[in-house]
Design a protein around this ligand. Structure first.
Ligand code: ADP
Ligand code: MG
Length: 244
């Protein structure tokens, strides 16, 4: 799934209380990229990902998703597109606390109207992929942060979306667990050619992406066109391979 944003703007509130969250964002992402959106707290990352994921709409500008102008879609078409083509991984995991790991992963398939039998089989396959087969019947509150995030990844991927959006997916995890989560996402990106877009405020995660853009006060700086604001960042994927 490719996307192209031109002049995307979004503000919250009105008059003196008005906050410009996104200020005329231009961004193009190709199918299969592993893009990092890096920025401080309050820079507009969540607002941008919510718009990319069709959870929110921009005030102005154009958003083409695989060539389709999303503003021209009906609410129903947007919902369908979101459910079939896009997976979300949220900062707070957003798992359903009363459901076990496998039930959480089954959920998006059930929303799509798949049978419980089909959903369970697929969910177990994806839990296995993230290394959590043994925890299938555990509830989120009985799991570690890293395990919860892996459940959230399995849930985001189980519908085999063309694009996965991850809003600060490692924000509440320690650095070793964060590295594992990023490695897992990167592997899935390579194997399945799924487009991944993740946001972070942590500069340690920049080395995982095939491309980094930074966001500051709702403005995007694309490092392909501008020098990175700090540290030397290598721009070829092969050079970014984390050392095993
Ligand atoms: P980030 O995810 O990078 O922390 P956000 O997209 O959440 O940034 O926020 C961007 C700006 O918009 C911030 O100044 C934030 O305070 C403001 N903002 C975000 N959501 C709302 C909201 N629902 N109402 C008012 N202001 C908001
Ligand atoms: Mg945020």
């Amino acid at each position: 799934m490719s996307l192209k944003l031109s002049g995307i703007a979004k503000a919250y509130g009105a008059h003196e209380a008005k906050v410009i969250a996104l200020d005329r964002i231009d961004l193009a992402v190709e199918q299969g990229e592993f893009l990092c959106i890096w920025g401080a707290s309050g820079s507009g990352k969540s607002t941008l990902l919510n718009i990319l994921g069709l959870l929110d709409v921009a005030d102005s500008g154009e958003y083409l998703l695989s060539g389709t102008d999303v503003a021209k879609l009906s609410e129903r078409q947007r919902t369908k597109l979101r459910s079939e083509k896009i997976g979300f991984i949220f900062q707070g995991f957003n798992l359903i606390p009363v459901l076990s790991a496998v039930e959480n992963v089954m959920f998006p398939l059930q929303v799509q109207g798949r049978s419980d039998k089909h959903a369970r089989a697929r969910a177990l396959e994806f839990l296995d992929m993230v290394g959590l087969s043994a925890e299938r019947d555990r509830r989120p509150d009985k799991m570690s942060g890293g395990q919860r995030q892996r459940v959230a990844i399995a849930r985001a991927l189980v519908t085999e979306p063309e694009m996965v959006l991850a809003d600060e997916p490692t924000a509440s995890l320690d650095s070793a667990t964060s590295a594992n989560i990023l490695d897992l996402m990167r592997r899935l990106n390579r194997e399945r050619k799924t487009t991944f877009i993740f946001s972070t405020h942590d500069s340690d995660l920049l080395s995982y992406a095939s491309r980094n853009v930074s966001i500051r006060d709702g403005r995007i700086v694309d490092w392909q066109q501008h020098a990175p604001p700090q540290r030397a960042v290598v721009s070829t994927i092969s050079a970014l391979e984390p050392v095993a």
